[in-house]
Design a protein around this ligand. Sequence first.
Ligand SMILES: [Zn+2]
Length: 216
Amino acid sequence: MKPRCRVNGCANVRAGHSLLCSKHRSRKRRHGHEEQRTISKGDLKPFIEKVQARIAKQPDAKLWSVLDQRWDIVTTNWRAELPKTIVRYVRAGMKELVRLADTASGRDVAVTVIAMYLLQEYDPRLFKDETGFRTQLVRRVRTLSSTSFSHWSGASDGRERRAMKELEPRTTEYLSGLLVELFGAAGVRVAQVENREEEEQRKERLAYYEALGEVK
Ligand SMILES: [Zn+2]
């Protein structure tokens, strides 16, 4: 009998020399882990809104313009000339960043990255491991640009379909490293501040209920 896929509950046979079936092997390739679920636009939306509210609350904080500048410096330099490298996936990752900059704003990319950090803080179990997180981070950022998709029509219902153009896993990993280097510290910081505020609100509510209880 052929050995089964190593994913719990999956009855498919392994593909080639992989420990996974072909379905889970391609999921690992596209999503960073064989059991990583896709983080949808809807999953991230409340956290995008939190980041936008944070910016609106303190619009003059230097951090926001620093994030814009960090994006502009890298993408402008690389658009003029890509750093010399013979490593194929590094070059592919750099080109992908420049391509993103042609169609998406640095601010939107920064907000998306920070929102992913908030989501991870809020529900760490959504991510199977660091590669799962980083792969979903890259997917959410690439969704900002319509050029990340191939479009086709001709489905039986006549509606247009789109699918995200695949990147090699190593290119995704490199690109996620760039995004984390650009905006990761901001993500960590905003997540801390959000946490602190939620804790303060919780204490304030608790004090209120205690005070209510004191009145006889
Ligand atoms: Zn499987």
